[in-house]
Structures are given as structure tokens and as C-alpha cells.
Design a protein around this ligand. Structure first.
Ligand code: HDL
Ligand code: ZN
Length: 434
């Protein structure tokens, strides 16, 4: 059957420009403008305020030794892992720069990201070495650096990843180190859910007596521990990274910790629980942080969590591309489930496009399209520039299809939808002022 294409309605001259109905030929330009200009709430990052000095990561050496690039180095260099790990960070960065950016074309997403960041700062990505880039970053005051990177990235707010079990991070919080008004806390609790034995020892060491059995006393100690950290950090959500093998419910300690400790804490403090599922830790341990991989997760476990806990809200980011369609369908079944971002190995234009298309088709504008997951401050510039480009293309096709079906589209509608995707879906879900 030939598709009949109605002539798009002429713009109504009597209406104000923003009430004019867009013609098909104008949609792409208008969507790109609005996506570019709408600041984004970055709901998952590994950023810290500059006052958390040892944890604050920015500048060219950190950028070039990002664990994604370390993994890629070994595919193009004969250097051994032991030799690499014995190098200083500048030496590692010099080797990665020469290998991936000078001797080879920086075609991968992670390499292209460094090129994007350098261009954004006016640095030459064709430089034969990192001398000029190091001089550029050397004298940027960290707070100014943070403001400049957020401005260039179009990021209004960032949610951190605050590992309360990490003694170095805990020390900064307990010292009262200055926070940044635009960097919000997330209470990350991987040991509590993935290694109760280790967590119970940490709890006991910190004065929250807990045995290896998850008995009433241990539950009470762990709840008090979380209460104290929630009081200290005022997090927007609780979070955990779970392995591909995660199942709910099962007869593991994890299910008991979820049911007796984490979910009641979420209800009491009205905090969402962010599930990041599908990691296969240390697939190649010699690569350290770069050695983690991906596994197919069980999305029905997330559905059971949502069904059995209607008074809890769940954010979910799943690592395997093959899980994304089922996450969309499950999100249609449970309004207390908010899919967010294209995480880690999914944070590539080709996959962001596929995931955003199916989310728009199945969820409308009711999801959180992206997070940067940025470990190094300057990465937010490329991660958001690249994601905005792809999200705009996906939205444009959705709006053009809507026009074909007879809808009349205005810029106001697009602005409302993009603000919802980039800001208000998260703000409402996390109870942050809209
Ligand atoms: O667990 C996480 O939050 C992941 O994002 C890891 O930090 C991972 O190593 C990463 O950096 N992904 O981009
Ligand atoms: Zn992360």
C-alpha cells in the first residue's frame, strides 16, 4: 500500500512564532536547537567536588588514561600489562596518546571523546604529544574547571556515586569537606548487597555491630548505618551495581538485605533505589578497572521487585544491549520503574540510537534517556555532545512520524518534552524541585 503523505499544514500566521505549527522540513533544526539549549540533569556520574581532592579527577592525563582507553591500548600496542602498570600516569598517557591518537586514527567512541574535549577547549587533537594540553590544564583552578566543564557540557546538575564503604570517601564526608550545590549525592552500597561478609566487617569496624548472619541485630545495625549516611549526605537515591547473575528473590544474602534493610530504608526516607545490572567483574583481571565485562541479566527479577514493592521507586540501567527491549516492556508494566541512560558499553551512538528509538516508541517521553557515567570531569563535554546529537536525531524521527499521522507540532511541545526527558522525569522521580 503506498503511503499517502498529507501536505503538512501551513503555519498559522495569526499565531505567535512559538505557537506556529512546524513543517516537516523545520523539525530537525528545531529539535537540534532545543536539545542543544536544554540543560541536562546528569543522573549518574563519578564526579566529586574539588574539595574531595584525591577523588576529584580532571585534565588530560586522567582523560587519556580512562580505563576505556587502557583496554583499547592493548589492541594496538605490544606493551605488556605489567610494563604498563609499572609506568607513571603521565608515562601511560604518553604511550596511549602516541599509540591511539598519533600512530592510529582515534575512531573509537572513547578516543573520539578525547578529540571532542580537546577541540572544545581549543586544544589541537593532532598534537604529537600532550605537552601543550598539560600546560593548558595545569593552572585551571578546580572550581573554575568544574563550572567551565558543566557550562560547555550543558549540564545543570550532576549526581555523584558516593561509596559509603570506601574509607577514603567516608573520610571526606566525615571531615565536612565542602560540597558543591550542583553535585548531588547518591548512596552507593555495592558491598552491602554483593558481599555481606565484607560489609558486616566494615559495619562492625565503624561501630555498627553486625554478624555474618543477617540476624535482627545485624539488620538493625545496617539500617542505622544507612540512616546515618542518609542524614550526612542527603542523597537523591540509593544505588548498587549488580552482577548479570542477579536474581530476585532467591535464597541469597542479597535478597534478605534487600527485603529487610534496603527497601524499608527507601520507603522510610522516600528514596528511589537505582539498580545497575549486568556487570561481569574482572573478566580480565590483568586490566584492573578496564577488565570488567558485560552479561545478560534477568529483567523479570526487576519486574518482581517493582510488583512486590509498589511503595518503592526503582531506577534501572541494564548493561546488556540484549536486555533493553525487555526493560522497556517492564517499564510499561510498572510506573514505579524508571529506566535511565545508556550505560558503559551501551554509551555508543549506534546503541544510544536504537535504545532511544525503542524507548520513545514504547514509553513516550517518560524515561531518562542518558547519563554520562563520567569518571573524569571533562568527559561530560563529549558524552553530552555525542548523546545530544543522537537523542535529537531519534526525537526528530519520532516527531516527523507524528506529523505524518496528522499531528500539529509546536516548538513549545518539543521544549516541554525535552525538558521532561533531560530534567523533570528525574526531578519528579527523585523528589527534587522542578
Ligand atoms: O559501576 C559503575 O558505576 C560503572 O559505571 C563503573 O564505574 C564502570 O567502571 C564505568 O566506569 N563505566 O563507564
Ligand atoms: Zn558508573
Amino acid at each position: 500500500m503506498t503511503e499517502t503523505t498529507q501536505a503538512p499544514p501551513k503555519p498559522d500566521e495569526s499565531k505567535k512564532p512559538d505557537e506556529q505549527h512546524l513543517e516537516d522540513k523545520d523539525v530537525a533544526r528545531e529539535v537540534e536547537r532545543i536539545v542543544r539549549e536544554t540543560p541536562v540533569f546528569d543522573v549518574h556520574t563519578h564526579q566529586y567536588p574539588p574539595s574531595f581532592r584525591k577523588l576529584f579527577s580532571a585534565g588530560i592525563d586522567d582523560l587519556v588514561t580512562y580505563h576505556y582507553l587502557i583496554a583499547e591500548l592493548f589492541r594496538s600496542s605490544a606493551v605488556g600489562v605489567d610494563a604498563f602498570w609499572s609506568m607513571s600516569k603521565p608515562e601511560q598517557a604518553d604511550l596511549i596518546w602516541d599509540t591511539l591518537f598519533v600512530r592510529n586514527t582515534p575512531l573509537s567512541e572513547a578516543c573520539r571523546g578525547v578529540v571532542c574535549v580537546m577541540s572544545a577547549y581549543g586544544l589541537d587533537p593532532h598534537a604529537p604529544d600532550l605537552k601543550a594540553a598539560r600546560e593548558f590544564f595545569e593552572f585551571i583552578e578546580p572550581n573554575d574547571h568544574l563550572e567551565q566543564a558543566m557550562r560547555l557540557a550543558g549540564v545543570s546538575d550532576m549526581v555523584m556515586t558516593n561509596d559509603v564503604f570506601n574509607p577514603e570517601e567516608a573520610a571526606y564526608w566525615e571531615s565536612g569537606a565542602a560540597r558543591h550545590p550542583k553535585l548531588h549525592a547518591a548512596l552507593r552500597m555495592d558491598p552491602l548487597l554483593n558481599s555481606w561478609e565484607q560489609a558486616s566487617e566494615t559495619l562492625s569496624r565503624r561501630g555498627y555491630q553486625a554478624t555474618r548472619d543477617i540476624d535482627d541485630s545485624a539488620v538493625s545495625s545496617a539500617r542505622r548505618f544507612l540512616d546515618d549516611w542518609i542524614e550526612r549526605m542527603k542523597p537523591l537515591y540509593m544505588a548498587v551495581s549488580l552482577p548479570a547473575e542477579f536474581r530476585y528473590p532467591d535464597d541469597s544474602a542479597r535478597t534478605k538485605v534487600m527485603q529487610d534493610i534496603v527497601l524499608p530504608t527507601g520507603r522510610e526516607h522516600n528514596l528511589p533505589f537505582a539498580l545497575m545490572v549486568g556487570v561481569r567483574r574482572a573478566a580480565n583481571p590483568t586490566l584492573r578497572d578496564a577488565g570488567d565485562s558485560v552479561g545478560y541479566a534477568d529483567v523479570s527479577s526487576i519486574g518482581r521487585l517493582c510488583r512486590e514493592n509498589p511503595d518503592n521507586r526503582f531506577l534501572a540501567s541494564i548493561l546488556s544491549r540484549e536486555n533493553q527491549h525487555e526493560l522497556c516492556v517492564t517499564s510499561r508494566k510498572f510506573a514505579n520503574l524508571m529506566p535511565f541512560g545508556c550505560w558503559w558499553f551501551l554509551n555508543n551512538p549506534s546503541i544510544i540510537r536504537e535504545i532511544t528509538d525503542e524507548r520513545l516508541e514504547m514509553l513516550g517521553a517518560t524515561f531518562i534517556p542518558q547519563h554520562s557515567d563520567a569518571r573524569i570531569l571533562d568527559q561530560i563535554i563529549y558524552k553530552w555532545q555525542h548523546s545530544r546529537y543522537t537523542i535529537a536525531a531519534s526525537l526528530t524521527d519520532s516527531y516527523r512520524a507524528l506529523l505524518r499521522d496528522g499531528w500539529r507540532l509546536t516548538s513549545d511541545q518539543i521544549e516541554s518534552d525535552v525538558t521532561r526527558l533531560f530534567q523533570n522525569n528525574f526531578r519528579r522521580f527523585a523528589g527534587v524541585a522542578v
